[in-house]
Ligand binder design. Structure first.
Ligand code: ZN
Length: 327
């Protein structure tokens, strides 16, 4: 069956109000921080997610969980700092509050697999990753910088100028990206709302760009798929199987350590309240800032073409000639 959202955001508010009255007649049981979360979700209208994902469900079979409820519940797990999905699925069964705010009847909450199924529907591509699982080991590795608190040197195979020219000649369409649905949800439910409330002025943006490490596992997971080692060749150049092929090893300059995962490059509106996010992009952890910025910038320009930037705020890691000449 197709998912049903009866009555959009007002239905959400009515459900929450009704159930809070039943399970929590004394409002003082919640701390201020819990009330802050309740208030945020009370105002957060996620009904567009149901509209967008409708076509991704089958008309046959059992009635699925409402996509906006799954999204709401996942966002709640982040706010309540229960960051493991199995833990969250277990917690949904214990205090009624989590189920109520997710709009699940208390005692009838989704299992962890339902969350994975929901995430699968958010991704617009058959492969789960952008890169293939099997690829050769990178010859160049990020090296530990000589002094503390500094960023690692670039190991990119092309110069900033070459990357700039190749990206300038490329065209990006959001509908071709595996993250198209995620981007549409983000713009529709968050970014456009910030613009319509006057929190972000798209006619004269001051954009700051920087990256932050996203750790996905404690170590790199890869294994051989060739027989070379059996024949005594241990340093062959054959491809290896990587469990997370879009991730690699990078240097976290603020914690002075190597890490495995992504480099999240994020553009924020520096002239808005609280530096609101405008456009994020995940790159492999080894991506140098000067390259990460360009990858992000050209996509930002294509996907949010009505955003006009008057000022760029970037740190010294971005100090490369094409930035000055392009400005
Ligand atoms: Zn081999």
């Amino acid at each position: 069956m197709l998912p049903v959202n009866s009555g959009s955001h007002t239905a959400y508010q009515n459900f929450v109000l009704e159930n809070l009255r039943i399970y929590y007649p004394d409002p003082t049981v919640f701390s201020k921080s819990v009330w802050d979360i309740i208030e945020r979700f009370w105002l957060l209208d996620l009904s567009y997610t149901d509209e967008l994902l409708r076509s991704k469900y089958s008309v046959l079979g059992p009635k699925p969980r409402t996509p906006s409820c799954m999204q709401c519940s996942y966002l709640l797990s982040i706010d309540f700092k229960i960051l493991s999905l199995p833990d969250w699925a277990a917690q949904l069964k214990i205090p009624p509050l989590y189920a109520i705010l997710s709009v699940f009847p208390f005692g009838d909450t989704p299992r962890v697999g339902t969350f994975y199924d929901f995430f699968h529907r958010l991704w617009d591509s058959d492969p789960d990753n952008l890169s293939p699982h099997i690829h050769p080991v990178k010859k160049k590795k990020v090296k530990k910088p000589k002094s503390k608190g500094t960023k690692a040197d670039s190991i990119e195979s092309i110069t900033v100028e070459q990357l700039f020219q190749s990206l300038e000649a490329s065209s990006f369409s959001i509908d071709d990206q595996p993250y198209a649905s995620l981007f549409k949800i983000y713009t529709h439910e968050f970014l456009t709302l910030s613009v319509s409330k006057g929190l972000i002025d798209t006619s004269k943006l001051s954009i700051a760009g920087d990256c932050t490490p996203v750790v996905t596992s404690a170590r790199e997971r890869k294994h051989r798929i060739c027989k070379c080692a059996d024949n005594g060749i241990t340093d062959c150049g054959c491809g290896r199987f990587f469990s997370q092929p879009d991730c690699d090893i990078g240097w976290d300059s603020s914690r002075d350590c190597f890490y495995y995962g992504y480099d999240l490059y994020i553009l924020v509106a520096a002239n808005s309240e609280s530096d609101l996010p405008v456009f994020p992009l995940l790159n492999p952890a080894s991506k140098h800032d000067s390259h990460g910025f360009l990858e992000t910038y050209f996509r930002f320009q294509s996907f949010l073409s009505d955003f006009h930037v008057s000022k760029w705020l970037l740190d010294s890691a971005h100090d490369a000639m094409p930035y000055w000449t392009a400005g």
